[in-house]
Write a protein that binds this ligand. Structure first.
Ligand code: G3H
Ligand code: 13P
Ligand code: ZN
Length: 309
């Protein structure tokens, strides 16, 4: 099966009240683990490549590994650029065969974010490629942050309308309290669902995207720490909140990277510690790949994507 358009996957998720998992990929074992997990549950998936992943693995390798996965599986897969920082990287991915790109202009002023996003949208749409953009700043917000400060960080619903109208972007990543990495909240985990409801009401038909959506499962953190890691106090977005965002709101794409990293690293650490005499990479990469598969299976059930291929 060829790559499918992200637009098709996201619009089906929008209508069906579920979300598609967008998993970050960096090497063969991660790609295999994700595709194996999604195939077992007959779920569509988005594989996404960051600038760091392109630098590490090189775009062509990742593209061809994904194409190999397409040849031997039956599930719909789209290939997406994660956090494209400028027009050039978006163009390189569009020209290289990706089915969607994210232009992340969230670090710019509102006007500059519109300008750069529109530049990418014009290039992408002329070639049938879908674009995700981001409005608001992804950051963990502590309990004592004032409403005014929150407004400066979180996505403003009225600005979101103006942004989508002016850029014609296909999907919008919003800031409602999630953040990247393994330390998402200092106090109790909290997402601004009220704001999410306002944004989706003002943007009918626009799939929303949740970045920083790893749950940092404590069993995965514990395996890492038991075998020598030092990741104290790591905390993610509770799975119940991710499920609510996916099934009760119009969050149609949920980005997950940190949980994959924890699962992969934990199993490598465990194998190394328990088998100090082994030095065959296949030995420790096999349980690591299987751990990726198990994370993906768990995510797909939470997101409601099982059986939606
Ligand atoms: O949002 C960031 C993703 O987790 C990708 O991370 O830039 O280290 O590849 P990276
Ligand atoms: P996590 O760090 O929560 O996995 O978020 C990943 C992400 O948003 C990739 O764009
Ligand atoms: Zn992200």
């Amino acid at each position: 099966m060829p790559l499918v358009s992200s637009k098709e996957l996201l619009l089906k998720a929008y209508d069906g009240n579920y979300a598609v998992g967008a998993f970050n990929v960096n090497n063969m074992e991660i790609i295999q683990g994700i595709i194996d997990g999604a195939s077992e549950l007959n779920a569509p998936i988005i594989l996404q490549v960051s600038a760091g992943a392109r630098k590490y693995a090189r775009q062509e390798y990742l593209l061809h590994l994904v194409k190999a996965g397409l040849e031997i599986s039956d599930i719909p897969i789209s290939l997406h650029l994660d956090h494209g920082e400028n027009f050039e990287i978006c163009k390189a991915c569009i020209d290289g065969g990706f089915t969607s790109v994210m232009i992340d202009g969230s670090k710019f002023t509102f006007e500059e974010n519109i300008r750069v996003t529109k530049e990418v949208v014009d290039y992408a749409h002329a070639r049938g490629i879908q674009v995700e953009a981001e409005l608001g700043k992804l950051a963990g917000v502590e309990d004592n942050v004032s409403v005014a400060e929150k407004d400066a960080i979180f996505t403003d619903p009225d600005q979101a309308v103006e942004f989508v109208e002016k850029t014609k972007v296909d999907s919008l990543a919003i800031a409602i309290g999630t953040s990247h990495g393994a330390y998402k909240f200092k106090g109790d985990p909290k997402l601004d669902f009220e704001r999410l409801a306002k944004i989706e009401a003002k943007l009918p038909g626009v799939p929303l995207v949740l970045h920083g959506a790893s749950s940092v499962p404590q069993d995965l953190v514990a395996i890492c720490n038991q075998y020598g890691a030092e990741i104290p106090g790591a905390q993610g977005v509770p799975e119940s909140m991710i499920e609510e965002a996916a099934k009760k709101y119009k969050v149609c794409k949920v980005n997950i990277d940190t949980d994959l990293r924890l699962a992969f690293t934990g199993q490598i650490r465990k194998y190394m510690k328990e088998h100090p005499a082994d030095f065959d990479p296949r030995k420790y990469l096999t349980p690591a790949r299987d751990a990726i598969k198990q994370v993906v299976i768990r995510k797909i059930k939470i997101l409601g994507t099982d059986g939606k291929a």
